[in-house]
Ligand binder design. Sequence first.
Ligand code: NAD
Ligand code: GLY
Length: 362
Amino acid sequence: MKQLQVELGVRSYPIYIGENLLTRSDLLGRHIKSRQVVVVTNVTVAPLYLEVVLKKLTDYQVETVILPDGEQYKTLEHVETIFTALLEKKFSRNATLIALGGGVIGDMGGFAAACYQRGIAFIQIPTTLLAQVDSSVGGKTGVNHPLGKNMIGAFYQPQAVIADTTVLDTLDDRQFSAGLAEVIKYGLIADAEFFSWLELNAKKLLAREKEVLAYAIEKSCITKARIVGEDEFESGVRATLNLGHTFGHAIETGTGYGEYLHGEAVAIGTCQAADLSRRLGWLNDKDVARIIRIFEQVNLPVTPPKTMTTRHYIELMSVDKKNIDGAIRVIALEKIGRASLPFNVKREVLEQTLNSTLEHSG
Ligand code: NAD
Ligand code: GLY
């Protein structure tokens, strides 16, 4: 087992990464400081992993909340379901919430924990690749609104992240590839050497070769933990983790949550951000081709949806947490391995990128 640390002063916490961690009784016990424990999961993950987690919780008063599965259910209504369960069972302020699932469950569970009685402890047990390399780390919690992705939420750090890589065995190939989009992101924004390593190892990653995958997860978590440690509340460098996300969130919202997986939308959005970076004179044609190629190598889409238009994109991109005074702000790549901070993008350049990439929509 590897143990990393997210360094945030009194809010610091460990990330445990390794095989068969769910079968270990010590890890949960180390971080649960209450008798009352609620496990929040969904209808897909519950039959796979709820029992093994509950077996480790026999000494506690345990409630389970099993939510429907899907991005379209990442709503306030379903967070309310968690509140209702907690209130019905008279859970106190010292209770602990365990979020067992992918990023949707992690974001909703974390948000419920942030709000219930103004904040209860929570533990992330991420079960998708995307959640293990990104969403479970850093304390961004929240839900979608029909008018904007992740627009309602809170920064709220967990007590621990327990990433059992064995659970990825049951993840389907499409979801696995979606997780790789965020792994590739770390290479692009912060580590050119890691990006080159990913290019060389894309096939092995896709084949889920153990050592290669373990390295990619650890490397991703190290980068995420470092960036979050530097800028917990996203006043600077943390925004670089949003490379491709402004375009990607527009795709997710614009196509109705669920048609494109988050990682798929991020892959397309990152290719659009790469196009923009080339127009700004930062990337060259070869860089852009490398970026498109790596997403293709791991079976991710690289062209925007046919149903979207430049106008629709711009309307949706106007609702983004990075925007200031209504101006659209994006992250671009100064080079492979270094992202810019968010900046007000000139409407003309944005339109050129959107028009040009939409010509190849698929
Ligand atoms: P997800 O949570 O929808 O999970 C994907 C699918 O895999 C679901 O159907 C889920 O039930 C299933 N699943 C989960 N674990 C499984 C397993 N071990 N075996 C088989 N099936 C399994 O999606 P995701 O990609 O994990 O997360 C995407 C969400 O994360 C988005 O809502 C996105 O906004 C959010 N996100 C948040 C952050 C953050 O910092 N908080 C960062 C990135 C993404
Ligand atoms: N996934 C973006 C962040 O955690 O900041």
